[in-house]
Design a binder for this molecule. Structure first.
Ligand code: APR
Length: 259
């Protein structure tokens, strides 16, 4: 969307703003695309992580069992990259909407922590479906802790360890083939079922169960609004599809009526 959107887009934005304006509950589902303009690599887009690296070598429990040093080296790199990034106008607009108008909840697939950084009130904190780059978990006792530290993956003995039991730590991220945290997923499903609008921003909508949240809202009579720079499997069933970069479109969508 250019700074001066065309007629179709303007109509789409107005329709989406009306749906959001009338909605008591809005659930926002975000993916890597919302952080692209902050400099965080996406997964499947051009230059995406899965174009450069094999997910099965880096983001599965089998890969970690095979070579924890390689996996930690990669997550250490991702942590460094994301630590250079700041929330963009889309993260900020969503955090502001969650703070200023009740009934807006953010559910994210992202592990970059940028929604949490943009949040100024508890209700703007996202449900993180796939975990966080900045949390680690013990492979022995299951303990979890915040972890923004530098990862030293020189040898297996220098890898992050659990301070409580000395067990090997792993990134607290949901890997392929693993289940999401049940309570977090149940909360996300409940939000989606109770929402009159599911605003889907910057996801390729191919990874389940996250991609299924929009369908839950639709099945319960709600509307799906999609913001993406390209088509996705959701585009055909969304009430409104807005083509454009999230940091431009989302603030437009959520700007107070006067602006
Ligand atoms: N604004 C809006 N959308 C964008 C932008 C942008 N600036 N840049 C890219 N996109 C869109 C792409 O067109 C694509 O549809 O964002 C989407 C990013 O898709 P993916 O890279 O597949 O990321 P995501 O959907 O979040 O992946 C889901 O897969 O790899 C796993 O666990 C990982 O959470 C991740 C999950």
């Amino acid at each position: 969307m250019s700074a001066t959107p065309d007629r179709a887009t303007r109509a789409g934005v107005e329709h989406a703003r009306a749906l959001i304006g009338d909605a008591r509950q809005v659930v926002v589902l975000t993916g890597a695309g919302i952080s692209a303009e902050s400099g965080v690599p996406t997964f499947r887009g051009s230059g995406g992580l899965w174009k450069e690296y094999r997910a099965e070598d880096l983001a599965t429990p089998q890969a970690f069992a095979r070579d924890p040093r390689l996996v930690w080296e990669w997550y250490g790199w991702r942590r460094r990259v994301v630590q250079q990034c700041l929330p963009n106008a889309a993260h900020v607009a969503l955090a502001t909407a969650a703070r200023e108008r009740g009934g807006v909840r953010i559910v994210t697939q992202n592990v970059d922590g940028l929604h949490a950084t943009a949040a100024t009130v508890p209700q703007a904190l996202p449900l993180e479906l796939h975990g966080s780059l900045f949390r680690s978990r013990c492979t022995r006792c299951g303990g979890r802790w915040d972890d923004r530290g530098e990862v030293n993956a020189a040898t297996r003995d220098t890898l992050p360890m659990c301070a409580a039991c000395g067990g090997l730590a792993r990134p607290d991220i949901v890997w392929f083939g693993e289940s999401l945290d049940e309570a977090t997923l149940a909360q996300a499903m409940q939000l989606a079922a109770g929402a009159a609008v599911c605003l889907v921003v910057g996801t390729s909508a191919v990874v389940y169960p996250a991609a299924g949240l929009a369908e839950v809202t639709r099945r319960h009579g709600g509307s799906v609004i999609e913001v993406n720079v390209a088509d996705t499997p959701l585009s055909g069933t969304a009430a409104v599809t807005l083509r454009g970069p999230a940091a431009v479109v989302v603030p437009h969508l959520l700007a107070p009526a006067s602006e």
